[in-house]
Design a protein around this ligand. Sequence first.
Ligand code: ZN
Length: 298
Amino acid sequence: MSRLSGGDRRTVKEVLATYEEFIAGVMLRTKGGVEIYPVYFARGKEGVDMRVIRDVRDLHIAVIGLGSGGSALADMLVRYGVGQLPLVDPDTFEPENINRHILDNGYIPPISKLFPRLKFNKARAVMWRLRDINPNVSVQFIGAKFSSLPERPDLIACCTDSDACCQLVNQYALEHHIPVVFGGVHGAAEMAEIITLIPGETPCYACYEREGPEPEPSMEKYTDPNYDSTRAPSHPGLWADILMAASIQFRAILDALQDKINPLILARLRFPYSAEVIRQKKGCAVCSDKMEGLSLEH
Ligand SMILES: [Zn+2]
């Protein structure tokens, strides 16, 4: 075994390991502002209607809700090359989120085992993650419940479990004339529901009548505004279901940017995989003063 001369008793392997750690540290500190993936991100331009948006880097998409689906979607958006991404979520990132979240243990401070209140806000931690993927992206976080946005985005991606929050986003978007793509899953994530709202053109989130009996107690996430998604029971493969739903939502966003609108997509995430586009009249009590719009289109 070769040993370094002098008083250093470490093996070459040990010295190299220290060197690697040092280099990794330097790279992490200096990568800000460096165009790491210029070719990769340049390809994103092809998917955007050039008449409306000149470059995918000019796109400004707000993500509301950075839980399972929102974090996966934000990851897809930043890799696509979206330039500006405000993130909104009031919750902290917990160890029990890891089995269905884009973040990992590195975003849970070891000291939080002793001091449980010392945890990171989900939106803040996802902001760090997105900057790791593309140091040139402009990301801001709002660590509170959604009420408004500091700047008007080109589109809102609504990824929250809370029906009350979706209704708020719906009203805000109608008021400020901002397109929204809502994404979520039903029940044990067997069905993805993707709603595209273009104010003045499509039905809004509230136009869709939720049919059938009142939700079961296990479905409180659709009715209870204080519902905590981090305590939802998990099931095998939930992360894969979430990724499928987030992928369909991402595709709906690309379609909306190119004026290809499917107002409501219901996609079955179990065999036999299938999807249908539901058409409905626009004009409910929220998006107009016409109450007859509540009936289904035949
Ligand atoms: Zn409506």
